[in-house]
Design a protein around this ligand. Structure first.
Ligand code: MD3
Ligand code: FE
Length: 216
């Protein structure tokens, strides 16, 4: 029954915020594989690291790196965008052309993205409910691409206590977060191990999420 199918995860009267656009399977299998290969190759030059939280210093369960002119960093000193990798000190690798083309196709924003945050999830990784607020370009959208294992993504409202809705993000799905959605709380509850065969075996179980952003 359709009415029951959504009942487990959907709260009544809340679908998704204005400006939330899910494009299921926007990238085909060949595009996904090429993009995953390019990102994994870039990670060899900008190794994944496990960010720690400001103040507490607690580690995130998600590993990260960045592509493009700027990268998002979190450490004891706070959250910020930096032009170089915190461990190697080298500039972030360039964004693959496919990501610049994707942004141009879906963002409806005149300027190219300045940062691509790469989030890598293992079987037990999670991302707590948060707001992305470290970009001065608050009106520009964020564009997300999911690769590999599926994830249960959760999105709420402007306030932390607002109702939330969860939905599954699958490999090849693109999400555009514009308008009000850009300022909403969101997180990743869990991934579904072995739900995709896209990534090379050494990366399974695993999920790679790319977020394209304007920073300034
Ligand atoms: C809603 N990433 O990198 S992608 C993040 O799957 C982040 O790795 C998640 O949250 C992930 O900050 C979710 C979808 C997404 C990205 C950015 C958003 C949703 C968003 C910004 C504002 C609101
Ligand atoms: Fe986020």
């Amino acid at each position: 029954m359709a009415a029951e199918a959504g009942a487990q995860t959907d709260r009544p009267r809340f679908q998704t915020p204005d400006g939330f656009r899910l494009l299921p399977g926007f990238l085909g299998p060949d595009e996904q594989r090429k993009l995953a290969d390019d990102v994994i190759a870039a990670i060899a030059h900008a190794p994944l690291y496990r960010p720690s939280m400001p103040r507490t210093g607690a580690s995130l369960s998600v590993e990260m790196t960045n592509l493009g002119p700027l990268g998002w960093i979190s450490d004891r000193g706070g959250y910020r965008y930096e032009p170089a990798h915190p461990v190697t000190g080298r500039p972030w690798p360039p964004m693959p052309d496919a990501l610049l083309a994707l942004w141009a196709a879906v963002s409806d924003w005149p300027d190219p993205p300045q940062a691509c945050l790469v989030n890598v999830y293992g079987a037990d990784s999670r991302l707590g409910l948060h707001v992305d607020a470290d970009e001065d370009a608050r009106d520009a959208p964020v564009v997300s691409v999911s690769l590999g294992d599926r994830a249960r993504f959760r999105i709420g409202g402007l306030r932390r206590t607002d109702p939330t809705r969860s939905l599954v993000l699958s490999s090849g799905d693109v999400v555009v977060l514009g308008g009000a959605a850009r300022r909403c709380h969101h997180g990743v509850d869990r991934i579904y191990p072995a739900s995709s065969a896209l990534l090379p075996e050494a990366w399974r179980p695993g999920r790679i999420n790319l977020t394209l952003r304007r920073v300034r």
